[in-house]
Design a protein around this ligand. Structure first.
Ligand SMILES: N[C@@H](CCC(=O)N[C@@H](CS)C(=O)NCC(=O)O)C(=O)O
Length: 334
């Protein structure tokens, strides 16, 4: 690939969307520089970030890009090889759906556990401060870590984590890991021998969870997931994408058991926003999920609309329709 200039990715190791983006750039061989967002890089970061979130990518043309999915899409259009889309419209859509699931629901697994127990809270806050304030004294860092910990623990409700939903998130994490372990056994990536959007999205969250003490214990008992975590840090093609016939036995259960629940939740959030409700309660397979609906959920509603739009483009594909129907995802997408 011709060197068309270097992209600069402002991000953090503890930000799932940042490492997702970095891993994508690595796989595609797109020239880039990884710049941890810190006191030193803040002024530069702010030049490119319209929103106060990471990652922010500065392009060689000096534009700022944000939001990991549109970033990956823009890069895929500009640097099509090696493709990260499985070859059929149906598989491409399923990969995008799993990416969305990782970004939105996998984030609940990670965020809930990161800020639940004190050992995890401290571990994350200390590592965040170490990147943000590389030149600060130990005392300054300790004060800052306490402040971050307090702020983040108060924000778990933002991802819908509360006393009522904690058991649902925890059961989903345990089941999601079991299903991933089965699917990744004897397989390099979610759709076969090459990474897809699904890998980048889901991996960002699972890798981040693995850096936290509590989730690390759970993930270390899953050798195939563990190997995928390592592989995805700097992914390389190890073969071809598979067809749905070989993927289905272990990937369809993930759609049926977890992605379906995520879509039911996302649909309820979108309906609550549309009706101006301040709270939402939704039945997820007999378990009651209740949360407040505020600013951040507007983003979920927007991304649900986007995945529905993508489905609209391939809705005539009979193989895809059958998969989505069997797994119970269809009513939330059509
Ligand atoms: N949808 C966005 C989400 C980005 C996001 O939520 N980033 C978090 C970190 S993982 C963030 O920047 N939070 C505020 C902060 O860290 O200052 C994406 O995919 O890029």
């Amino acid at each position: 690939m011709a060197n068309q200039g270097t992209y600069r990715i402002f991000g953090a190791e503890l930000s799932p969307y940042s490492v997702k983006t970095r891993s994508y750039y690595r796989y595609k061989g797109i020239p880039h520089e990884w710049i941890p967002r810190s006191a030193d890089s803040m002024a530069e970061y702010q030049k490119y970030a319209r929103l106060p979130i990471i990652p922010a990518v500065a392009t060689p043309e000096d534009e700022g890009l944000q939001d990991s999915t549109p970033i990956l899409e823009a890069m895929e259009a500009k640097f099509p090889d090696p493709t990260t889309h499985p070859p059929t419209p149906a598989l491409k859509f399923l990969s995008e759906l799993l990416e969305e699931f990782g970004d939105e629901w996998g984030n609940k697994w990670m965020f809930h556990y990161r800020w639940k127990e004190e050992a995890d809270q401290r571990s994350a806050a200390e590592r965040l401060v170490a990147t943000m304030m590389p030149n600060a004294s130990d005392a300054e860092r300790a004060t800052m870590a306490d402040q971050i910990r307090e702020r983040m623990v108060g924000r778990v409700g933002v991802v819908g984590s509360n006393e009522a939903t904690a058991p649902i998130i925890e059961a989903s994490f345990a089941n999601g890991l079991d299903l991933l372990e089965k699917h990744l056994t004897g397989r390099a990536y979610l759709f076969g021998g090459r990474p897809s959007f699904a890998d980048f999205g889901l991996w960002g969250q699972v890798y981040n969870a693995w850096t936290d003490p509590t989730c690390k214990k759970a993930i270390d008992g899953k050798p195939a997931v563990r190997a995928w975590i390592d592989r995805m840090l700097d992914p390389k093609a190890e073969g071809d994408f598979e067809s749905w016939d070989t993927l289905a036995p272990t990937l369809e259960p993930l759609l049926q058991q977890e992605v379906r629940i995520f879509l039911a939740w996302a649909s309820a959030i979108a309906d609550a926003i549309a009706s101006g409700a301040a709270n939402v309660t939704v039945d997820l397979d007999g378990k009651s999920w209740s949360q407040t609906v505020g600013g951040p959920q507007k983003y979920h509603a927007k991304s649900l609309k986007e995945i529905r739009r993508k489905y609209g483009e391939v809705r005539d594909d009979p193989e895809l329709r059958a998969v989505l129907e069997r797994s119970g995802c269809l009513p939330h997408l059509a």
